[in-house]
Ligand binder design. Structure first.
Ligand SMILES: [Zn+2]
Length: 367
């Protein structure tokens, strides 16, 4: 709950600072007849709106899970990020249209020294606010907060450029207002598209971060009984709620009692150190080596001829059923997965005729 309070507190600061800036900029903009300064103010207004949406999103996301939504409401944060993106895009389109109009029908702006000072101070304030919000967003893993921080820093650059445009138009009496307005609009639109793509990606579901997946697998394999960890799959229900599963290879002479203790321990330790709820599935690994090691080696060598095959794991020989099973992970881009699988099984059968072979195609969900 601390996280939620912090995000709300920082957002409220952002809203307050932005509203003060909006008031000053709109006043200066209208008094000096400067579309660039007015748009700069409008841009700050979208920031304040974004912060309001961030607060609503965080509040909704913090709601405890219930019977109907047992995975919690964490994904509401992604929805609020999408809303923020849409607000920014709308502001960008409006700004673009207005600026284009100013290019066709230029009007000279008339700045006073006091208005230039106000713009300069506003830019500095915005830059500091942006840095503060962005850092806080990273600390609390809030995408919406980090995004609004980045946005604020970009806005400071926009404010500075209105200052430069004012200087140029005063020195050379040419109006850069419209052109600058278009540049500002493009920046606003770009920010909107980026936030939209990132939050949509999170809603659709993205690949587990490579660093996290390597760390988790190494952590699980630290247990001496675990021969390997595979098929790590994680689902995100908001930035703070990760649920998933992993498969571990264990010696086939372990008892249910031993496996029970081991898998419980893995689940508990992973939750303690990573905050991830992980279900552990198991593969047996032949403890009696000899012929099986040779067969596994032959399979590995054979697989080298298939660049589409990224990994083989879960290799196990059932000596009673004379059945060899293993999992294959193929590149997502592979088109003829079934044909390749059939080919591999046929070639293994040719060499080890007394056995049957079965391959399971796993998805390449994590590194
Ligand atoms: Zn597998």
């Amino acid at each position: 709950m601390d996280r939620e309070k912090e995000i709300v507190r920082i957002s409220v600061i952002g809203i307050f600072v932005n509203m003060v800036l909006v008031a000053f900029k709109l006043a200066v903009g209208f008094l000096s007849n400067s579309i660039a300064v007015i748009l700069d103010g409008v841009n700050n207004l979208t920031d304040a709106l974004s912060s309001v949406v961030t607060i609503i999103g965080t509040k909704l996301a913090g709601k405890a899970p219930d019977k109907k939504h047992p995975y919690g409401y964490g994904k509401m944060e992604y929805v609020s990020s999408v809303t923020v993106a849409v607000i920014i895009l709308l502001a960008g389109f409006t700004a673009f249209r207005e600026s284009f109009d100013k290019v066709l029908h230029p009007e000279a702006a008339d700045y006073s020294v006091i208005s230039l000072i106000i713009i300069a101070v506003a830019a500095a304030v915005k830059l500091l606010l942006g840095r503060y919000v962005k850092t806080a967003g990273k600390i609390h893993h809030s995408e919406a907060l980090a995004a609004s921080g980045t946005d604020a820093m970009l806005d400071a650059v926009i404010s500075l450029s209105t200052l430069v445009a004012a200087g140029i138009s005063m020195a050379f009496s040419v109006s850069l207002e419209g052109v600058l307005g278009i540049v500002i609009s493009v920046f606003i639109l770009k920010t909107g598209v980026e936030i939209l793509l990132e939050s949509l990606g999170n809603i659709i579901g993205t690949r587990v971060d490579g660093k996290l997946s390597a760390e988790l697998k190494a952590f699980i394999c630290k247990n001496p009984a675990v021969l390997g960890a595979y098929d790590l799959s994680l689902h995100q229900y908001g930035p703070e709620r990760l649920i998933g599963s992993v498969h571990v290879e264990l010696p086939d002479d372990m008892t249910a009692r031993e496996i029970h203790g081991l898998t419980r321990q893995i689940t508990e330790n992973v939750y303690r150190d990573f905050g991830i709820v992980l279900t552990v599935g198991i593969y047996a690994s032949n403890t009696v080596d000899g012929v099986f090691a040779g067969m596994k080696k032959a399979l590995s060598a054979l697989l080298l001829e298939y660049p589409e095959v990224l990994q083989m794991h879960g290799f196990y020989v059932d000596t009673e059923k004379m059945l060899v099973s293993f999992d294959l992970i193929m590149d997502f881009k592979t088109e003829n997965k079934a044909a390749i699988e059939g080919d591999i099984i046929r070639r293994m059968k040719e060499r080890f005729g007394e056995y049957d072979f079965i391959a399971i195609l796993d998805s390449d969900v994590s590194d």
